[in-house]
Design a protein around this ligand. Structure first.
Ligand code: UT7
Length: 331
């Protein structure tokens, strides 16, 4: 059977940087509060450029193809993960295909929030293992800053998120390497703990002055509740992936968790009983870029030579839904 492996990965973040001090001028927060509670120092924003996730994905993909030295039209399928799609209809995948100038290949949209990248990789892996496709572009792209409430009411979430995109080429191989397994979960009873529900097809009368005054059109989160479930599920799903492959935590060379909060990452690291250098973190520079965060972190881990051939790497995610997952990879 064919294996699927990550040939290479690249990312793009918009030029505009929002520091914690910048946010302090918009709402009642401080650099000290944000850094202490989350580790975040800055995030990138599309600002007033009108760029959507498809635009960021094009810039990330161009960097990827340049890095690999590959013609983009060799790609035979695209899996596009975002929770902040450019349009309701069609999904960002179709916009991306057109903007990128790809042949008329299939595009699949994934809407799994912070777990978008692990879900997207899992789907792409199956297409490769069934020999349906052999070169799949997996995208995680997000423009979160459009839906944030940069006002006192929104300070609990607005300081956390940033914009960015990662593009990864998953290819077919006969070699003893690649994605060993993926484990995906959800628990929809927690939908309202972290959601952006308005406007939507469900709430038809939502676009009115009253609801806008109630700030219904922004993302809402009960941070403490998310934190509590995140630390439990990260550990669980990482161990599930290892057990499935008869691996122990000592055999893992690098864990790349979704980047939401440095305190979450630290807690997971301690729970797993591994050293700090085995759990990658770059949340301080980008904030939570949702579906893009694991891809951005994986790119930087590779650039910093933290992953080498033969290493066991575990990607793990947790986010809205709740939805969580892990992908175990032999590099
Ligand atoms: O990827 C999945 C998506 N999200 C996450 O994983 C996020 C998970 N949760 C978290 O990261 C944390 O819960 C937060 C960073 C969101 C919040 O940290 P916390 O330690 O749980 O703080 P809290 O929400 O309990 O708030 C503590 C205090 C409150 O004030 P009082 O009630 O103690 O007076 C908040 O009103 O901090 C206040 N607060 C702020 N103060 C300054 C909330 N947001 C801010 C802010 N600046 N931005």
């Amino acid at each position: 059977m064919k294996n699927s492996f990550i040939k290479d990965i690249a990312f793009y973040v918009p030029e505009k940087i929002l520091t914690n001090d910048d946010l302090s001028t918009m709402m009642d927060t401080s650099d000290e509060w944000i850094k202490t509670r989350t580790g975040i120092e800055k995030r990138h924003s599309t600002g007033d450029t009108n760029m959507g996730p498809a635009d960021l994905a094009v810039l990330a993909s161009n960097k990827l193809f340049e890095k690999i030295g590959m013609d983009k039209n060799e790609v035979d399928f695209v899996v596009f993960a975002t929770s902040t799609p450019d349009y309701y209809v069609p999904g960002s995948g179709a916009l991306f295909q057109e903007k990128m100038g790809l042949d008329n290949i299939g595009v699949l949209d994934i809407r799994q929030g912070c777990s978008g990248f692990t879900y997207a990789l899992s789907v792409a892996d199956k297409f490769i293992k069934t020999e349906t496709y052999s070169k799949i572009l997996v995208i995680g792209a997000e423009v979160q800053t459009t839906q944030l409430d940069f006002d006192n009411d929104g300070r609990g979430t607005a300081v956390l998120f940033g914009d960015g995109a990662a593009a990864c080429l998953l290819t077919s191989t006969d070699g003893d390497k690649g994605i060993l397994s993926a484990h995906l979960h959800s628990d929809g009873q927690f939908i309202d703990v972290l959601s952006s529900s308005h406007p939507s097809s469900k709430y038809k009368d939502i676009i009115n002055e009253d609801n806008i005054k109630k700030r219904q059109h922004h993302i809402h989160m009960n941070g403490r509740e998310v934190f509590k479930h995140a630390v439990r599920r990260f550990k669980e799903v990482i161990l599930e992936g290892l057990e499935n492959n008869n691996l122990t935590i000592d055999e893992v060379d690098m864990v790349i968790p979704h980047q939401a909060n440095y305190r979450i990452t630290q807690t997971v690291q301690k729970q797993l009983g591994v050293s700090e250098d085995k759990v990658f973190s770059n949340v301080h520079n980008y904030g939570n870029t949702t579906a893009a965060s694991i891809g951005i972190a994986l790119t930087e881990a590779l650039e910093q030579n933290k992953i080498k051939k033969g290493d066991i790497v575990v990607l793990a995610s947790f986010g809205a839904g709740f939805q969580w997952g892990s992908v175990v990879i032999k590099w």
